[in-house]
Design a protein around this ligand. Structure first.
Ligand code: GDP
Ligand code: IMO
Ligand code: MG
Length: 421
């Protein structure tokens, strides 16, 4: 039976989804992004090269793969066309390999400016958005005034663009935000021309369902479950459905066609931007995770906040998406730790709970269990029997606590640095 297998981040993003999609792609002909936009930064390392993808699905470096940008994605044509140029520059052809949904919404230059204006207006309560225009673009989608990729093929595209831009200009004036859009607009319109000429714009829901008859498809999530617009720590979230269900609406596939739900998590936690992070470390241990893990944003370069693994949040994400298997990333980052802690419950107002609270300003005290560190480099390990017992004990504890098997342990950024269990 052909299925849509879904890769999703179970934490606050940057779990290593790009690497995993690249590793899994040889098993699939089709990879499809279903939500988010250029707020995503998915890093792939292979053959001594490092590539960061924002909009193009992470299957692109595999020969003969088909990479679909689904209807649930928001697309900035400037970023997309620039990304394609960079991929071509390392000798990887993209012609015919990237298909863009007509129903994917476009990010306008004024969406980016609105993102900045709205963040500025929030002052100290800002979300810490990537400033790529994600929130404003999804706002227009839901409020039924958005511009879609399919519109670039219509004769009235210019009028539609002008009307939406005008609406944004009025909003920006209301906010009293100083801006000038001319230069960004010129670049954006040029990219629209390129996109029209070079990309295949399709009725993606038909194409995806046709391709699904021929073979299983890999759906690539962006962001993470704790940034989901419904289930994340609202309002400190992104504006799309990052959980497994998002793959159905973001591609037009039936829930019954979902196969494996592959949940990706780091052996610890990171978060970039504002919002609650119960296990965040402000000490030398946090600094060590940041250094060893090179925890700087792939999209914005901002330092990521670091902390211990949070099993309350992880179990919550697994529940919401029905993860059928777990992939643990960046085990090698903790090679030098004497002791490793894992949050198994929260203490809220003196009472222990295993539930993630509704209120984002709830003071949470994590309840930890401690494990002995393995104190050996693991990046050379390729099979389970190469791995230190302390690391395997850590993994078994996670399996026990979540009820889901850890099928894959990543021990380095490269495609080859993996242990399959
Ligand atoms: P994504 O957004 O989920 O695709 O993740 P990012 O690419 O934003 O961030 C993950 C970072 O960790 C990237 O720099 C990867 O190259 C790197 N990475 C992935 N897996 C591993 C691993 O097992 N070990 C180490 N040290 N780095 C990893
Ligand atoms: P990948 O796919 C980590 C965070 C931002 C901010 C919040 C809202 O690489 O895992 P937005 O620009 O979406 O309005 O920002 O969400 N955020 C991410 N954090 N990884 C990402 O993507 C993210 N995309 C958005 O930092 O806190
Ligand atoms: Mg990322």
């Amino acid at each position: 039976m052909k299925k849509v297998d879904v890769v999703i981040g179970l934490q606050w993003g940057d779990e290593g989804k790009g690497k995993i999609v690249d590793v899994l792609t040889p098993k699939y002909k089709v990879v499809a992004r279903f939500q988010g936009g250029p707020n995503a930064g998915h890093t792939l390392e292979f053959d001594g090269k490092k590539m960061v993808l924002h909009t193009v699905p992470s299957g692109i470096f595999r020969e003969n793969s088909i990479n679909i940008i689904g209807n649930g994605v928001v697309v900035d044509p400037v970023i997309l066309m620039d990304e394609i140029k960079k991929i071509n520059a390392i000798g990887v052809p993209t012609a015919g390999k990237i298909l863009l949904s007509k129903k994917a919404h476009l990010i306008l230059p004024t969406h980016r400016i609105l993102d900045a204006a709205q963040e500025a207006a929030k002052g100290g309560a800002k979300i810490g958005s990537t400033l790529k225009g994600i929130g404003p673009a999804y706002t227009d989608k839901v409020s039924r005034s958005g511009l879609r990729a399919g519109d670039v093929l219509r004769p009235d595209f210019s009028q539609k663009y002008a009307a939406l831009k005008q609406k944004h200009v009025a909003l920006l004036k209301q906010l009293g935000y100083p801006f000038s859009v001319e230069e960004q607009e010129r670049e954006w319109l040029q990219s629209i021309e390129q996109l029209r000429g070079e990309l295949t714009i399709i009725d993606s829901e038909y194409e995806v369902n046709e391709l699904l008859k021929q073979g299983s498809i890999l759906a690539e999530g962006a962001q993470g479950s704790m940034l989901d617009v419904d289930f994340g720590s609202y309002p400190f979230v992104t504006s799309s459905s990052t959980v497994c269900a998002g793959a159905c609406t973001g591609l037009g596939v039936a829930p019954s066609s979902i196969g494996e739900v592959i949940g990706i998590f780091k052996a610890y936690c990171t978060r970039v931007g504002s919002g609650p992070f119960p296990t965040e470390l402000h000490d030398e241990v946090g600094a060590q995770l940041s250094r060893q893990g090179n925890e700087f944003g792939s999209t914005t370069g901002r330092a990521r906040r670091c902390g211990w693994l949070d099993l309350v949040a992880l179990r919550y994400s697994i529940m919401v998406s029905g993860a059928t298997q777990l992939f643990m990333m960046k085990a090698d980052v903790m090679d030098n730790f004497d002791a490793i802690r894992v949050c198994v419950a929260y203490r809220i107002n003196g009472a222990a709970t295993d539930r993630y609270p509704y209120e984002v300003d709830t003071p949470i005290e994590p309840v930890y269990e401690e494990f002995r560190g393995w104190k050996k480099p693991v990046s050379g390990c390729r099979t389970e029997k190469d791995l230190p017992q302390e690391l395997l004990d850590y993994v078994k504890f996670i399996e026990l606590q979540t009820g889901v098997p850890v099928k894959f342990i990543s021990v380095g950024p490269d495609r080859s640095e993996t242990v399959l269990r």
